[in-house]
Design a binder for this molecule. Structure first.
Ligand code: IFM
Length: 392
């Protein structure tokens, strides 16, 4: 195996998101969906990892391992619990997190919206509502001063996946087989791209740190006569979002897997491939492939890998997966992709949405009763990679 090195100043980090780790986010749409009759969630988020109180411990783990970047998100429903009623105390919590990261030598990468919205918005328009842009802009205006010392601000997490979710819901209701990610709902995609634009306007006028969105990136593979369907799917899932990122300060890419296409569209991963959470194919080299594709379409916008990882109970396999993924990333950079950092998903074994606490993406395990954190060998391994700024 050849060694792999990364550019000087390359950032190395780990990520979380508010609803997946904080616990007690009783006032957002997901809490409501988790508790609805016949909820598709395997279990409610509950106390999650209690990171609302234990964030210092979390950041100590990141810094102690030798990483230099921590990605976390704001929880809108805490900051604006009722429409137009803002909590300075809640915003101060996140301001303390930004300061706490800096005190530990960590670059804070803060996401404004990571999937969740306040309940009041769920019941009055949701992401596609006619006044959601104005409401989001007002929230961002309130929150922006607390993020002045962040290294990067991400607007909306995975808008392309958010636009796929309603399609998956419809397919599930019709009892259709879901073989991979279907094409996003175009109205939702356009609404979310518009919301990203509103966030960027407010952030820019607030003099924010570099800002951009984070999208799901995939490797697209033609299994034979699948090129036409592949291109249509990739255009809807990636190209339109890459175009929307033109002129942004950065684009975050979150890459886990590949999608395979034949003449009839998506085909399920080969049986001999291990499939991961959500039926994803284990495909570490998707990281380099998707980064190269994005860099080709968006050569003037710096890229950050804001998520990459694997849900596995076998931590040796997490290391093997990440090693191979990073080698493919180093090759993409050597080929000319302007990538400024790598942030692993996830710091903690946390709440994996509908799959609840089943899949474990973490570099650190969390006792579900005591919340005690136990670093896995992969955390130390990634810290070593960061210190070396490369792979041996
Ligand atoms: O847990 C999620 C995260 O919230 C968004 N990106 C993918 C991760 C793993 O499924």
């Amino acid at each position: 195996m050849t060694s792999a090195t990364f550019p000087d100043g390359f950032l190395w980090g780990a990520a979380t998101a508010a609803h997946q780790v904080e616990g007690g986010n009783v006032n957002n749409d997901h809490w409501e969906m988790e508790h609805a009759p016949h909820s598709p969630f395997a279990a409610p988020s509950g106390d999650a990892c209690d990171s609302y109180h234990r964030w210092r411990e979390d950041m100590d783990l990141v810094a102690g391992a030798g990483l230099d970047t921590y990605r976390f998100s704001l929880e809108w429903s805490r900051i604006e619990p009722e429409e137009g009623e803002f909590s300075r105390a809640a915003l101060d919590h996140y301001r303390r997190m930004v300061d706490g990261a800096r005190e530990r030598g960590l670059n804070p990468l803060v996401t404004l919206v990571h999937f969740t919205m306040p309940r009041w918005l769920l019941h009055d328009g949701g992401w596609t509502g006619p006044t959601t842009g104005d409401r989001l802009a007002r929230f961002v205006e309130f929150a922006a001063p607390a993020l002045a010392d962040a290294e990067y601000v991400a607007t909306i997490n995975e808008p392309n996946l958010m636009a796929v979710q309603p399609v998956i819901g419809q397919m599930a209701r019709r009892g259709e087989q879901i073989k991979g990610l279907p094409v996003p709902d175009q109205d939702v995609a356009e609404a979310l791209i518009g919301l990203h634009g509103r966030c960027m306007e407010v952030l820019r006028s607030a003099g924010s740190p570099p800002a951009g969105m984070t999208i799901v990136g995939l490797e697209y593979i033609d299994e034979g006569h699948g090129q036409e369907r592949l291109e249509a799917a990739r255009s809807a899932m990636m190209d339109q979002f890459l175009q929307a990122a033109t002129g942004d300060d950065f684009l975050g890419l979150q890459i886990y897997t590949a999608q395979r296409f034949g003449p009839d569209g998506l085909i399920a991963p080969p049986a001999d491939q291990q499939t991961l959470a959500h039926g994803m194919e284990r495909r570490p080299q998707a990281l380099g492939a998707a980064v190269s594709y994005a860099a080709g379409l968006l050569p003037d916008v710096p890229l950050l890998v804001t998520e990459n990882g694997i849900a596995t109970a076998d931590d040796d396999d997490r290391i093997a997966f990440t090693d191979e993924a990073l080698r493919s990333l180093a090759a993409a950079i050597a080929d000319g992709a302007d990538v400024r950092g790598y942030v692993h998903w996830s710091l903690l074994d946390n709440f994996e949405w509908m799959l609840a606490y089943g899949p474990t993406f973490g570099l650190v395990s969390v006792d579900r009763e005591t919340f005690a954190r136990t670093p896995k060998p992969s955390l130390g391994w990634l810290g070593e990679v960061a210190r070396r700024n490369g792979l041996a």
